[in-house]
Write a protein that binds this ligand. Structure first.
Ligand SMILES: Cc1cc2nc3c(=O)[nH]c(=O)nc-3n(C[C@H](O)[C@H](O)[C@H](O)COP(=O)(O)O)c2cc1C
Ligand code: SF4
Length: 411
């Protein structure tokens, strides 16, 4: 068996993802930056990503870009439209100047939305009826998508990917997890349809596969097309790991270039996603009353969870054993030994969230042997920092610069 150093060194070799080759096996996973006030990407956002590229990350991920205004979950979310293009270009240029690559996470919130535009009507989802997410924003009912809605949204995903290409992104990551629109189709908790888009897993995957196909046809020759999904939803009545393996097989069959293996749902099982509890004090940081109420409701149903390094590994191994498509392990990557182990177990790349929020130079420091593990305590306080003026940051470090965060990235 190779030593840890040898296993770790594998993580610093290039990786080919579809048409893209990245310099190493470290992906900065999407972590909503809170750095686009009123939807305008800020200089702080550019600095955040350029800093991580300078710190050695191979592929950054810009979190949470809506493919249309109707697809926004939060008011200060980036929307992939022409007005945003120059700001996104400033971001990709800054990352490329540090020899990094950057992916845009593309998403539609469906009924998981806290925004409401006049005349928009009910938020869409796989199925209609009562919308528990809408309790916080007064949108109590959701509407089941028609086939023509699906055609429109799939076209929006393709157009969003094309805009990302024009802005200089190297990859797009289609968000199929955590309870957003595509995950609402995949999850039996949300999908109660009786047509060919509901019922069996193959049927529930039909629309997400159509979206993936359209994005691949639009940009797949030039950009890496990545899918992030929940390998287990971690809640009663939701998808299990056996379903997660089936989802991976479906996405592989459709031609995804890389799968990012996340877990959990925002509303039902947030601790499955993060592998650790959320402190009640987190609510004190949030000024938005809707988000505050949402967090309070969530805290009522959560059981305490103690953080464990590589907390999704047992599940992720099952996916690794079932498919050949390149896989990114995600969840509690915090040490040199952990990264080495993941390489030895056949994962192609590692996706890292909190360890990089804690220390943007973590990838270089591990390589140089200056540190063996991250100082991140998995306290999850950075999750609420995204709603503060300076944007997402680690509470153990310096908060983001509010002035820079209100200065548009371009111009
Ligand atoms: C502040 C913060 C914001 C996040 N926002 C997103 C997001 O916008 N999209 C997403 O897919 N995941 C998001 N996540 C989840 C991370 O991508 C990742 O799945 C999670 O942090 C577990 O990985 P880690 O143990 O390496 O931190 C967020 C995580 C954090 C800490
Ligand atoms: S606030 Fe800092 S220490 Fe806490 S989870 Fe986030 S990155 Fe880690």
């Amino acid at each position: 068996m190779a030593g840890i150093e040898q296993q770790l060194s594998q993580a610093y070799t290039p990786l080919t993802i579809g048409p893209l080759t990245v310099r190493n096996r470290f992906i900065k996973s999407a972590t909503n930056e809170g750095m686009a006030p009123n939807g305008v990407p800020s200089r702080q956002l550019v600095q955040f990503h350029a800093g991580m590229a300078a710190g050695g990350v191979g592929l950054n991920t810009l979190a949470y870009c809506a493919v249309s205004a109707k697809g926004c979950t939060l008011p200060s979310q980036i929307c992939l439209d022409r007005a945003t293009l120059p700001h996104l270009r400033a971001l990709t240029e800054a990352v490329h100047a540090e020899n990094g690559a950057i992916s845009a996470q593309i998403t539609h919130g469906g009924c998981f939305t806290f925004t409401k535009t006049p005349g928009q009507g009910r938020p869409i989802s796989a199925s209609g009826g009562f919308n528990k997410i809408g309790l916080m924003s007064g949108q109590y009912l959701k509407r089941a998508m028609s086939v023509s809605d699906m055609r429109q949204v799939a076209a929006d995903f393709a157009a969003g990917a094309e805009l990302a290409r024009e802005a200089g992104f190297d990859a797009v990551e289609i968000h199929m997890g955590h309870g957003y629109l595509l995950s609402q189709f995949i999850s039996p908790l949300y999908n109660k349809r009786r047509d060919e888009y509901g019922g069996s897993l193959a049927n529930r995957m039909r629309f997400p596969r159509q979206v993936l196909r359209q994005v691949l046809d639009a940009v797949g020759d030039e950009l890496a097309v990545i899918c992030k999904f929940s390998i287990t939803e971690g809640t009663r009545g939701g998808n299990s790991i056996e379903d997660g393996v089936g989802i991976a097989r479906e996405l592989e069959a459709e031609g995804a270039h890389l799968l990012v293996l996340s877990a959990g749902m925002n509303a039902e099982s947030i601790t499955t996603m993060f592998g650790s509890s959320f402190p009640p004090e987190n609510r004190a940081v949030v000024t938005n009353p809707v988000m505050k109420a949402a967090m309070f409701l969530q805290s009522l149903t959560e059981k305490p969870v103690e953080f464990r390094e590589l907390y999704l590994l047992e599940h992720a191994r099952k996916v690794r054993a079932a498919v050949d498509v390149p896989l990114a392990y995600l969840g509690g990557v915090t040490s040199a030994a952990g990264v080495g182990q993941l390489m030895a177990e056949g994962f192609d790349t590692v996706a890292v969230g909190r360890a990089l929020i804690h220390d943007p130079a973590w990838v270089s420091r591990l390589r140089e042997g200056n540190i063996q593990r991250s100082g991140c305590t998995a306290c999850n306080r950075c999750v609420t920092m995204m709603y503060t003026d300076g944007g997402t940051s680690c509470v153990l470090g310096r908060p983001g610069d509010a002035v820079l965060n209100h200065t548009p990235a371009a111009g």
